[in-house]
Write a protein that binds this ligand. Structure first.
Ligand SMILES: C[S@@+](CC[C@H](N)C(=O)[O-])C[C@H]1O[C@@H](n2cnc3c(N)ncnc32)[C@H](O)[C@@H]1O
Length: 291
């Protein structure tokens, strides 16, 4: 492997360091344990603050009874299961994902669901005329978000909605006694891991550039004060990544994590970050190719 050029971005340098793309969501099937990724989506999906902000976004889109809806990058099916409840027995939800292990897991998790007959799963891209097409926490992880949005527009019917939701890792606020290390780790990892850590705040511009109209924005905040399992694993993964990127050594990473445990014991722990949801309407007469 050739060394990263000295002028390369932190993310490029990280990629050269790791020998692969540092964001594990890029190629789940290439990971040694894809089942861990399924578990982490299910843990996040069942975290009460996440349930609230996901459902608030789906109401904002909105998704209506009887509609045909596509979710791009459906993962283990957390959002599709919620969508099935919204479209009801006369509607249909299609979940697609490039990862075969994710689609298999999603299918298995939905097997006992009351609305399982309203859910379809594919390892592919969409090819129908959907009333609404969604991508939830996906664009942050892709190399070319414009291309994904263009494809979403293409498979949506004129007058239908294209809706995207993403975290924005430039908005992470967390209490810690060592502010300098916290800044170095959180921002250092985010810039090495993602093409655009500010993905969330840029969603309206992305939809506008794809030729969508009537764009609306919903900003929501994830909040945790108890270091619940989703937040704990988020911070543990940041610490592990900070070690693998050479930002801190193992002992400094552990000391940093211990700092959170102490705050929780005192009742002083706060972690928040913003989720941005944007929705636009495909104009009648649009080719679906964007501008
Ligand atoms: C963080 S998960 C989100 C899963 C689900 N939307 C949720 O919120 O629970 C990101 C998903 O995007 C998928 N993905 C990665 N690259 C993609 C691409 N280029 N197009 C569509 N999906 C992609 C991954 O396989 C993964 O399942």
């Amino acid at each position: 492997m050739s060394p990263a050029p000295s002028g390369a971005s932190p993310r490029r340098r990280a990629r050269a360091h790791a020998g692969d793309h540092p964001d594990p969501w890029r190629n789940i099937d290439g990971l040694p344990k894809p089942a861990q990724m399924v578990r982490s989506l299910e843990v996040r999906g069942s975290t009460p603050a996440q349930v609230r902000l996901r459902r608030r976004f789906l109401r904002f889109v909105p998704v209506r009874a009887g509609e045909r809806v596509l979710e791009v990058g459906c993962g283990s099916g957390v959002v599709v299961r919620d969508l099935a409840a919204l479209v009801g027995p006369r509607g249909e939800v299609v979940g697609i994902d490039p990862s075969r292990s994710m689609v298999e897991a999603a299918r298995a998790l939905a097997r006992t669901h009351a609305l399982r007959r309203r859910m379809r799963w594919r390892v592919a891209s969409g090819d129908g005329r959907f009333d609404a097409t969604l991508a939830v926490t996906v664009l942050l992880h892709v190399a070319d978000p414009e291309a994904v949005v263009r494809e979403m527009v293409r498979v949506t019917r004129p007058g239908g909605r294209v809706a995207v939701q993403d975290q924005d890792f430039g908005t992470v606020a967390v209490t810690h006694p060592d502010r300098a290390s916290t800044e170095r780790i959180m921002w250092g990892v985010a810039t090495r891991m993602y093409e655009e850590p500010h993905s969330g705040r840029r969603l309206p511009a992305l939809l506008r550039a794809a030729g969508l109209e009537g764009i609306r924005l919903l900003t929501d905040v994830f909040q945790d004060t108890t270091l619940e399992p989703f937040a704990k694993s988020f911070l543990e993964r940041r610490a592990a990544n900070a070690v693998s990127f050479g930002i801190v050594d193992t002992s400094a990473a552990q000391t940093w994590l211990d700092g959170f445990t102490e705050l929780v014991a005192l009742g002083d722990f706060v972690l928040t970050f913003n989720y941005y949801g944007a929705v636009g309407v495909k104009p009648h007469g649009a080719s679906g190719k964007g501008r």
